[in-house]
Design a protein around this ligand. Structure first.
Ligand code: FE
Length: 312
């Protein structure tokens, strides 16, 4: 028989005290959230008959998860980051804010302050000579189809090993990270390398959890974007590459209709030479974005999620 006591006055008083509700100090908002968290945790322990061993194992797990900086990875893997997008989509629909390129998850691997370029840029530092060169370009438009000049296209992606600069200290600073200001026609252009998909660290706590859920921790190759422009709504999104094994089996649930990049691989020695590529093989990826009008100035900004900063 399951014993339940969390609803009793004695325990509710304990939880209110623990949430600071008997104190004049602190944050009312955090107190409200904490009381809910403690109550829900107590209900889970009672309803699922969580043993002491299970409880302390989960405490140890959270310590290890934070110690490896993988909380941001786990919330993506558990679908919670995608849920935030779906919730925002529903709020937008209710408010009549529709159209434009779909949003999708940011993920935990952005680094602020990447070099800024006008119109066109090379993103890779040349340290992977065997990588396939990728020419990426497109136009940023508004929902009426008019090009948006001066938009900032802030993009980042992994190398051929599936690793991101900054988090992978073997790469140079800001390798495969740039901000491109669109030209008068709303166009951005980048020369980079075709990224690889990646998986959670096999020895990390996120993969440990996924193993217990009977799930893999793999993502298709993809390119992340923040796109912003005055008067337009900030867009956080990704292009996931067509033809990838995990395109529709993404452990982080980031692939969405409208966000699949139709990358084309070209074998043409003359064309490669003309474009300054060694060998005969390269890739082309064209992807246009559409930004919604910003309903308020605040909508032009990305979330205040704490993010890494090079050198910090
Ligand atoms: Fe990523």
């Amino acid at each position: 028989m399951t014993v339940k006591v969390s609803h009793t006055a004695e325990i509710q008083d304990l939880f209110k005290e623990a949430s600071g509700l008997n104190s004049e100090q602190g944050s009312p908002r955090i107190k409200q959230i904490m009381l809910r968290i403690i109550n829900d945790a107590a209900k889970i322990i009672e309803d699922l008959d969580i043993s002491d061993d299970e409880f302390w194992k989960s405490v140890d797990y959270l310590n290890r998860l934070g110690g490896r900086n993988e909380v941001g990875l786990l919330v993506a893997g558990l679908g919670l980051e995608h849920f935030l997008d779906l919730l925002q989509d529903a709020k937008d629909a209710q408010a009549g804010l529709t159209g434009g390129t779909p949003r999708t998850i940011e993920g935990p691997l952005y680094v602020a302050g990447a070099p800024l370029a006008e119109g066109e840029v090379r993103m890779d530092d040349g340290s992977e000579p065997d990588a396939t060169v990728m020419f990426l370009e497109g136009v940023v438009r508004d929902t009426q189809g008019a090009p948006v000049a001066g938009a900032v296209v802030d993009l980042w992606h992994a190398n051929t090993q599936g690793n991101y600069s900054y988090f992978d200290q073997s790469q140079s600073a800001y390798n495969l990270r740039r901000r491109i200001v669109t030209d008068a026609e709303g166009r951005y252009r980048a020369r980079s390398i075709v990224p690889s998909g990646y998986g959670c660290a096999p020895d990390g706590p996120t993969q440990e959890c996924l193993d217990l859920l009977g799930r893999h921790g793999q993502r298709p190759a993809h390119i992340h974007f923040f796109i912003s422009a005055p008067g337009h709504r900030h867009l956080t999104t990704q292009i996931n590459l067509a033809g990838e094994q995990y395109l529709w089996d993404d452990f982080a649930y980031a692939t969405r209709d409208g966000l699949v990049g139709d990358i084309q691989f070209v074998e043409d020695a003359a064309a490669a030479h003309d474009r300054g590529v060694q060998g005969s093989r390269f890739a082309e990826l064209q992807f246009d974005f559409q930004l919604q009008k910003a309903p308020a100035a605040q909508a032009e900004q990305r979330s205040k999620r704490p993010r890494a900063l090079q050198g910090a």
